[in-house]
Design a protein around this ligand. Structure first.
Ligand code: ACM
Ligand code: ZN
Length: 544
């Protein structure tokens, strides 16, 4: 029989409707109850269930052994038994994790998940795809699977489904500012787990700022001794008058061992850490320890208030570049990811305007002004990163005075910077404050804990599309993805960081993963109701 392509698709369509229609009338769990966040690309629900029992087996191949161990470890606390992991042929009652490098049609991070009554199969071209298939499998199980202790009365049923899934964007990020308030390594680990269950793959760690330097650097020990600590912290909002302070020392930093642990924990979950070492602005904490690389020579204190500070690295002094290259050399050894964030935002030019060294750099390099001096600074750091096979990423101010040749831009002051960068052939991560700043209020400030300002409710986050309409096809390919920001001026504890990040990060995950034409706020909201139970079991202090 010869069928035209159209007839063929029509038949498949009818069969699919028939299949999903059948199951919803007879099964305990219908397609509408499936609550996977972010929403997968294609889901076909069939009738029946696969039940995980203590006799179920996880079948791995030569490349999925660690993922099989991870799956057992994820399931055992709530199930109360450890599934056997072995390689070999699939058997009845097994969950098979199978790497198949030919399945590249939907990209490196895609996966195919089939659940029938006899077995479960997750197939993917890479470990990342298998990992995302595992996340989906967990979300198909009863929500109690996220409990950290045995759930005796739960039957571990997974609905029979056929899922084909892959991400819309390759950069699916969350950011965390650990400078304004130091966040202990244990919290960073928990944050990584939460990023991972939402199939996001970047953690941008903002490690240095005016109010604290948070990473030990062997060649500059005073960064940990001095720059990591401030005498006290402003209380209430930065704009309140008169200013009040808490009188309490605050600080902390990550040791090399902690950084290595964080990096490797993230890597096992297919998350790359993007470390940010700010320059040339937001550097007062470093200058408190090493005032000789400022324009005036200091002295300075680690800042106890928020906002933009005037004390910045001297761009005319060779010692500044020596310092930053030595710091970055240690940072590169700890963070193997491709991208290194150099900040670049909010650098006042007041000191440079009055500094003989900076002014003589401007004339010797034939620069027009202090904006071009900033551009000189960033381009010089880019040469260093290029020579070390890494890529520079910075906030959109790095466009001012001319973009470094290979720079990637984080567009935060709006989309304009990202649009200009994409038009110039540069890669872009969309991070506009209007839709991705999770330090903004999520509802009426009257009833919310103190925040920096602004208003960014969940539905506004969800509505965001990171691809600006004014870009053509070629320019659109430069939009790597999207990222949510958690700046911590008004977030002094991990609990409050969770409150501000969730559930807005769930909406962001769906922007980053789900095809635009499949986004649906009503469906997301109903999936979220169930998803929040998972976050309850994970002890996440999300906003209700
Ligand atoms: C920023 O919010 N200053 C990047
Ligand atoms: Zn200077």
């Amino acid at each position: 029989m010869h069928l035209s392509k159209t007839t063929n698709w029509f038949l498949i369509f009818i069969l699919a409707i028939f299949a999903s229609g059948c199951q919803s009338s007879q099964d305990k769990l219908s397609g509408g109850d499936i609550a996977i966040v972010p929403k997968p690309v294609h889901v076909l629900v069939n009738s029946g269930f696969f039940e995980i029992t203590k006799d179920s087996k996880i079948i791995v191949d030569s490349e999925t052994g660690l993922l099989g161990d991870m799956l057992t470890t994820l399931l055992s606390p709530s199930m109360g038994f450890e599934l056997d992991v072995s390689d070999g042929d699939p058997v009845r009652n097994s969950i098979q994790l199978s790497l198949n490098s030919t399945l590249k049609e939907f990209g490196e991070e895609s996966y195919h998940l089939t659940v029938d009554k006899k077995r479960v199969l997750i197939e993917a071209p890479t470990g990342a795809g298998i990992f995302y298939g595992i996340q989906t499998l967990r979300q198909l199980l009863p929500v109690e699977v996220y409990q950290d202790h045995e759930q005796r009365d739960v039957q571990w049923d997974i609905p029979c489904v056929e899922i084909e899934d892959y991400p819309r964007f390759k950069w699916r990020g969350m950011h965390l500012d650990v400078c304004r308030h130091f966040m202990p390594a244990e919290f960073v680990i928990k944050y990584i787990d939460l990023i991972a269950i939402h199939k996001m793959n970047r953690l941008h760690l903002h490690l240095t700022d005016d109010q604290g330097w948070r990473i030990d650097i062997n060649s500059y020990p005073k960064l940990a001794e001095i720059s990591a600590w401030r005498d006290e912290t402003i209380v209430g909002h930065y704009r309140d008058e008169p200013r009040k302070f808490d009188g309490l020392s605050h600080g902390g930093y990550y040791t090399h061992d902690e950084i290595r642990e964080i990096v490797s924990y993230a890597k096992e979950r297919y998350i790359t850490i993007v470390p940010e070492i700010e320059m040339p602005g937001h550097s007062q904490a470093a200058l408190a320890a090493y005032p000789e690389i400022s324009c005036t020579g200091g002295p300075f204190k680690v800042s106890t208030i928020w906002g933009i500070r005037n004390e910045v690295y001297c761009a005319g002094n060779e010692k500044t570049f020596e310092f930053l290259e030595n710091v970055l050399t240690e940072v590169l050894a700890m963070f193997p990811g491709e991208y290194i964030h150099i900040g670049g935002d909010e650098c006042p030019k007041d000191r440079w305007e009055e500094c003989p060294k900076c002014q003589s750099r401007i004339s010797s390099e034939g620069l027009q002004d202090e904006h071009e001096l900033q551009s000189y600074f960033i381009k010089r750091m880019e040469k260093f990163l290029d020579a070390n096979n890494r890529r520079l990423i910075g906030w959109d101010e790095i466009l001012e005075g001319g973009l470094a040749p290979n720079a990637t831009v984080m567009s935060w002051r709006g989309e304009e910077g990202g649009i200009a960068a994409a038009r110039a052939g540069h890669d872009v991560v969309m991070t506009p404050y209007s839709h991705t700043y999770f330090d903004y209020y999520q509802a009426d400030p009257e009833n919310e804990p103190l925040a920096i300002g602004g208003l960014l409710p969940l539905d506004t986050v969800y509505a965001y599309d990171p691809v600006p309409a004014e870009l053509n096809e070629q320019q659109r390919s430069h939009i790597l993805g999207v990222q949510g920001q958690v700046w911590t001026e008004y977030i002094s504890t991990p609990e409050k960081a969770e409150y501000m990040a969730f559930p807005r990060a769930c909406a962001l995950a769906e922007i980053a993963w789900t095809p635009l034409d499949q986004k649906d706020y009503e469906l997301f909201s109903s999936a979220l109701l169930r998803h929040l139970k998972r976050l309850d079991f994970l002890n996440v202090n999300y906003r209700r």
